[in-house]
Structure formats: structure tokens, C-alpha cells
Design a protein around this ligand. Structure first.
Ligand SMILES: [Zn+2]
Length: 135
């Protein structure tokens, strides 16, 4: 098979393949453990969320989305090479799939890669759990 991808792109693809048990998921997992928030990694429900929080009441599912692959409004930049591939893959397929989340029969929360990196995901989760308990 001819290698149609550049080195840079190959490493992006490989990191996507290895995205199960990736660093972002693990950072959130470690924080949840530290906070003693009951949760489970990679629950098997539609849409493949990354984590489900099981702190009483209804479960809350978390999607931890990479800024590149999920077209973060703050950080997504269209790659300079293989543009048609990426437009189809990210700007059409991934964005469409993410839109389907609106139809999932469960409560969920989106967490961006940059929120994991800067730590603000913690407040997002705490707020969501507080709302869930009192709303
Ligand atoms: Zn971002």
C-alpha cells in the first residue's frame, strides 16, 4: 500500500487510533479518582462516550473531544495538505456524528481537549454534578 500521508499526518492518524486510553481521558480519570467521583471508563452506549459519572441519580456521560478532530471553535485549523481528506473526515463526518449527540437518550457533557489541558474541565464537571443534584 502506497504511503499517501505525510509523516506529520501519519502521526496524527496513529494518535487517533491510540486514542482509547489516551492522555486526555486519563487526566480526567485521575482527577475523578482523586475527587472520589464514581465513574466508569468507556461505557458501551450509543455514541461511545469516554466516561460515565455514576454519582447517584442519573448517569452523566462525558465526551472528551480533541480540538482538532472535533473541530473546536477556538483551535481547529484546516490542515494545509490533504485538504479534501480532512474536510470530509472532520468538517463533515465528525461534525455530523457529534450533532447526533443531541438525540442520545442520556445526559451528557462535552469536554474539550483545551479544557483538560488548562484544568477548566474540573469546574465544568462540578457545575454539571451540582445542577444534576439540585435541578
Ligand atoms: Zn480547543
Amino acid at each position: 500500500v502506497a504511503d499517501i500521508f505525510s509523516k506529520e499526518m501519519r502521526s496524527i492518524i496513529m494518535s487517533k487510533i491510540k486514542s482509547k486510553y489516551n492522555k486526555l481521558d486519563m487526566a480526567v480519570h485521575n482527577w475523578l479518582c482523586g475527587m472520589k467521583i464514581r465513574h466508569k471508563m468507556y461505557p458501551k452506549v450509543s455514541g461511545s462516550p469516554d466516561i460515565v459519572l455514576l454519582n447517584g441519580g442519573k448517569p452523566l456521560y462525558l465526551f472528551i473531544d480533541g480540538c482538532f478532530f472535533h473541530k473546536c471553535p477556538k483551535h481547529y485549523k484546516r490542515p494545509k495538505s490533504n485538504v479534501s481528506y480532512w474536510v470530509r473526515h472532520i468538517e463533515i463526518e465528525n461534525v455530523e456524528r457529534d450533532k447526533k449527540r443531541e438525540t442520545y437518550p442520556y445526559e451528557w457533557l462535552q469536554i474539550w481537549e483545551h479544557e483538560v489541558r488548562d484544568g477548566t474541565f474540573k469546574y465544568k464537571i462540578m457545575d454539571a454534578l451540582r445542577e444534576k443534584d439540585h435541578g
